[in-house]
Design a protein around this ligand. Structure first.
Ligand SMILES: [Zn+2]
Length: 310
């Protein structure tokens, strides 16, 4: 079972517009997905990943089977069609609800425990860091390439605007976290200050960039990278969901240094704490120096601060 299915298998969808929920594969009509309730039907249906919105887009249901339905399959299909009578789509996003806690709230720890119990392999480098559990999960998703950037949403039948909300190029994990000029600003700041060449991809970040030296230094790199990546993700989400665009690149960088300071206090080793706080101070000083000479509203690409080739 892949990570996405492990994740989705731990909850169910509360269907609103039906665009985020897959008709056969996700759990939405009761606690089990239709593919598990009716495996024989699932076996012969065409377009197994279609969303509910796609299936309900025509009055006769936009579904086709590779064979004529007979006997038990026909009875089961009639059961499904009967239960669809109660479904009314509305103009709101589908909501994913966790099964693991009574409140249905997003409890990352319970997801982690459930994955471990399912024998899912979890990379040790991320789980060894002293970071909040939700950040570890965020980094793990990134490593597995399943973070819900717009390209990944589109693979799930999402039909919204696929462009990056910061610069309008197509939003992918590579673009948002490494190539977009917001991300480049953060990575270049680190390059200028500490001489650390930015990772070329998420894969590079996990497989070689954060494994270049001794264990303690690698943990430091991974923690700092997590703070920057989390700052980018929160900034992106604030624009997408709250229409709240940052006033400058500085705001994104300060968001990152905020998390660096927060997570410094979680470290067991005093020298790790000191390094993280000092990194935050240096980044802020550099950014302030740049802004005081370039103007506080500078945030376009042509204002780019550092003439560094990366
Ligand atoms: Zn962008």
């Amino acid at each position: 079972m892949n990570v996405k299915d492990s994740f989705l298998g731990l909850g169910h969808f509360n269907v609103k517009d039906g665009t985020q929920t897959r008709f056969w594969v996700d759990a939405w009509l009761g606690n089990k997905p239709l593919k598990d309730k009716f495996p024989a039907l699932f076996n012969i249906v065409r377009r197994k990943q279609d969303s509910i919105a796609t299936v309900l887009s025509s009055p006769n249901l936009n579904i086709s089977f590779r064979r004529n339905l007979m006997g038990r399959n026909l009875e089961n299909w009639q059961l499904i069609v009967a239960s669809l009578q109660q479904v009314n789509l509305m103009e709101e996003r589908d909501v994913f609800v966790w099964n693991l806690k009574d409140s249905g709230a997003f409890i990352v720890k319970s997801m982690y425990a459930a994955l471990i119990n399912n024998g899912e392999r979890v990379p040790q480098d991320i789980w060894r860091t002293k970071l909040p559990m939700k950040i570890k999960v965020f980094m793990w998703y990134l490593k597995r390439g399943v973070t819900l950037t717009k390209d990944n949403l589109a693979r799930r039948n999402w039909h919204g605007d696929k462009s990056c909300c910061l610069c309008h190029l197509p939003e992918t994990i590579q673009h948002l976290f490494l190539d977009c000029f917001y991300a480049k600003f953060l990575w270049r700041s680190i390059h200028i200050l500490f001489g650390i060449v930015p990772p070329t991809s998420v894969r590079d970040l996990f497989e070689s960039w954060s494994k270049s030296s001794n264990k303690k230094y690698n943990t430091l790199l991974l923690t700092a990278a997590s703070a920057l990546l989390w700052a980018i993700w929160l900034t992106r989400n604030a624009i997408v969901f709250d229409k709240c665009k940052p006033k400058s690149l500085l705001q994104v960088l300060f968001r990152g240094t905020h998390w660096l300071r927060q997570w410094a206090s979680l470290q067991r080793h005093e020298d790790l704490k000191d390094h993280l706080i000092s990194a935050a101070v240096h980044l802020e000083t550099l950014a302030l120096a740049f802004y005081s000479s370039n103007g506080w509203l500078a945030q376009r690409q042509d204002y780019f601060p550092f003439p560094v080739v990366i």
